[in-house]
Ligand binder design. Structure first.
Ligand code: ZN
Ligand code: ZN
Length: 241
């Protein structure tokens, strides 16, 4: 399988992949052109590291650290491999994924390359499928409602992006960058409409309360629910006062 890695560029500041074009400035983080490397060089210089979260769930991250890449997670269920979000570097040694499902359109990683190499199907909520940053990326399925498939539950919560979708599998919740830690303080992701983000945040709390969750898989951390949840509750309370 020949994959064209010469005509794709990776921003080393934010890790965004530009498919088929080199911009003057990164449309995501505004870094200048000289901060980009080809996907070919990226693939040579970076590996994707797999770290177990629980039995059947693995975290994937590029090493060395690639900008502000968002962690992605593989779920193995009945001989099928699902991947929530996608690494920015292209490493063919990772476990082939049957499907890549996105939380939202930020950080589509090298999903177009994995899709081609592993013949994976890529899904994203329809409301997140048509942004400029999606240029050059293919989606095989744009869903419009929440769904459950092979024990993976996808729930659309809107907020940070219009199509933002969180996922639940067993006792694990996948919320990507819905909240971030800044100087050890939890905040809602500031890049997005704040009122809607808080509203989606209440929905997320309700979803968490209805389930038996033990682990939170986030943008750059995996945390025990019992440590994460009190901070989340305080954050929500601080927004409703
Ligand atoms: Zn960038
Ligand atoms: Zn985001």
């Amino acid at each position: 399988m020949t994959i064209n890695l010469k005509d794709q560029y990776v921003c080393t500041v934010c890790s965004y992949n530009m498919v088929g074009y080199l911009p003057e400035r990164c449309p995501f983080c505004n870094a200048p052109k000289d901060k980009f490397i080809t996907a070919e060089k990226c693939s040579r210089d970076y590996d994707v590291q797999e770290t177990p979260v629980i039995d059947s769930v693995t975290r994937l991250s590029s090493v060395p650290k690639l900008g502000i890449e968002h962690a992605s997670y593989q779920i193995n269920k009945d001989n099928k491999t699902y991947q929530i979000d996608c690494p920015s570097s292209f490493d063919t040694s990772i476990k082939p994924m049957d499907e890549i499902i996105f939380t939202h359109f930020h950080f589509l990683g090298a999903s177009n390359l994995y899709r081609k190499y592993f013949s994976s199907k890529v899904s994203i909520h329809q409301s997140d499928s048509d942004f400029k940053l999606c240029r050059g990326f293919s989606f095989d399925n744009t869903f419009q409602t929440s769904f459950i498939k092979d024990g993976i539950e996808a729930v659309h919560i809107d907020g940070h992006t219009p199509g933002f979708t969180c996922y639940f599998f067993k006792d694990v919740a996948f919320i990507c960058d819905y909240v971030l830690f800044r100087n050890n303080r939890m905040i809602f992701n500031p890049f997005g409409p704040q009122t809607r983000t808080v509203k989606g945040g209440h929905h997320l709390k309700q979803l968490l309360d209805e389930r038996n969750i033990n682990k939170i898989c986030g943008v750059n951390y995996v945390m025990d629910f019992e440590d994460w949840y009190p901070r989340y509750k305080s954050l929500l309370e601080s927004k409703s006062g």
